[in-house]
Design a protein around this ligand. Structure first.
Ligand code: EPU
Length: 418
């Protein structure tokens, strides 16, 4: 397993380009199941999760052509298998996103239940309840969700909580349902909007994406389309946190600053100087930051996917920052690792109280999930001496060439192959 070796304490300067959004690309790849014609996607990030999704889609019968970073075309003339096997689903929970499209177009899907993961139990009951509302017969057998429907029928669905992939699954399913579907309490994340825009380009009739009420008028078939994936706001936010915490002056290009309001506000409150325009964003800092409080919320609130990175920033800020995680019940796995680097953090239920210390010192730490890994990279960049991060396959799932991008702006960071 590869490791990252970081020698911290070096300011970051220069300019780097942001990649396409992982969490927009994953559902949009699944949208290829909805049409027999080609869906051509640009700006797909080169990530392990994208490779896993392409592997899953190929075994369903999706024909994939083109090489990243160029456009990739996906065509699904017919179904090769309606089963999403445990072996693939267990490596990537987003596999659940094939459920809605498979039932909607082919009338049947057998998708492994994902099970719990490092950040929480993460049930998929809302995906299932929503599909049942749309008229699917759903049974659970031997760890698999079996969903069947001749043709889905439009319905009004009110989800119990805001769920991102739940909204995306039901949105895709409803595009081919008979009649109108209304999703109430829908997720408003930019990734949901990007998916809706791609589906609209394929001929779907959707209104209200980006609000908590999405209205879909089902159509008989969807056609091919070309779509460009939006920039990754969490990758961008992670680099913003790194530069703010370590110091320097960096411009991130190919970004979508408008999707980062809550993160930019927090970093400004902490004392970082941030300016942006159109598709670039510049962050500057040359002094000790002030600790900030944050509470994770569905979009447009502060994202849970940025919680660990903001915590890393707070570790050496002036004062105490209180961070509350409201989305996932077990998303503080980075705390014991940050503590190994000298951070002073106390956890009380869903809240972490971070008392800033003057500096961190390098140590060996272990990555436990994707965003936890990103927080350890930021802490390693802050720390004096060498930090070695083990199990960085987590990082490779969701950040494209993170160490190369950091090295390009002056970080002393190396991948150690094993
Ligand atoms: N939930 C349920 N039942 C459901 C669905 C969700 O109880 O049927 C709960 C979850 O357990 C959680 C909350 O609702 O407590 C919100 O979960 P959500 O469904 O929104 O999460 P997700 O769709 O599984 C996506 C991202 C995550 C991101 C969350 C929250 C993708 C592929 N994944 O997950 O991204 O943290 O939304 O914004 O879009 C990451 O990229 O590192 C990552 C974990």
């Amino acid at each position: 397993m590869d490791k990252l070796s970081i020698r911290g304490g070096k300011p970051l300067n220069g300019s780097i380009a942001m990649s396409g959004a992982k969490n927009a690309a994953l559902p949009i790849l699944c949208a290829a199941l909805l049409s027999e014609e080609a869906l051509v996607l640009d700006n797909l990030p080169r990530l392990q999760d994208i490779a896993s999704m392409l592997k899953l889609l190929r075994q369903h019968g999706v024909e994939v052509s083109g090489e990243q970073p160029g456009p990739v075309a996906l065509r699904t003339p017919h179904l090769a298998s309606d089963e999403a096997p445990y072996e693939i689903v267990k490596t990537m929970r987003a596999s659940i996103l094939v459920l809605g499209p498979l039932v909607a177009r082919f009338g049947r899907a057998r998708v492994s239940l994902p099970g719990g993961c490092a950040i929480g139990a993460r049930p998929v009951d809302q995906h299932i309840k929503g599909l049942e509302k749309l008229g699917a017969k759903v049974t659970i057998e031997q760890g698999y969700i079996l969903a069947e429907a001749k043709r889905l029928k439009g319905a009004r669905i009110v989800t119990d909580m805001v769920t991102v992939t739940g909204t995306e699954n039901l949105l895709m399913a409803a595009t081919l349902a008979e009649g109108q579907t209304i999703i109430e309490n829908a997720a408003r994340e930019p990734e949901v909007v990007d998916l809706a825009n791609c589906l609209i380009a394929m001929g779907a009739r959707i209104q209200g994406a980006g609000t908590d009420r999405i209205i879909i008028d089902g159509v008989a078939r969807l056609h091919g389309a070309k779509h460009r994936i939006i920039p990754d706001r969490i990758e961008t936010g992670t680099f913003l946190c790194a530069v703010a915490a370590v110091g320097g002056d960096v411009t991130l290009t190919g970004a979508a600053p408008r999707t980062l309001d809550a993160v930019i506000e927090k970093l400004r409150e902490a004392g970082a100087d941030i300016s942006h325009n159109g598709d670039w964003i510049r962050v500057r800092n040359d002094r000790r930051l002030k600790a900030v409080n944050a509470r994770t919320l569905p979009y447009p609130g502060f994202p849970t996917d940025m919680q660990a990175q903001l915590m890393a920033l707070n570790t050496t800020a002036d004062g105490a920052g209180v961070i509350t995680e409201t989305i996932f019940e077990n998303r503080f796995m980075h705390v014991p690792e940050l503590t190994r680097l000298g951070a002073n953090i106390r956890i009380e239920n869903d809240t972490a109280i971070v008392q800033g210390v003057p500096t961190l010192s390098g140590a060996r730490v272990m990555a436990t999930d994707l965003r936890a890994s990103a927080s350890l990279v930021i802490a390693g960049l802050i720390a004096h001496g060498e930090t070695v991060i083990d199990r960085i396959y987590h990082l490779d799932r969701g950040y494209e060439q993170m160490e190369r991008k950091l090295a390009a702006i002056g970080a002393d960071i190396q991948r150690v192959k094993s």
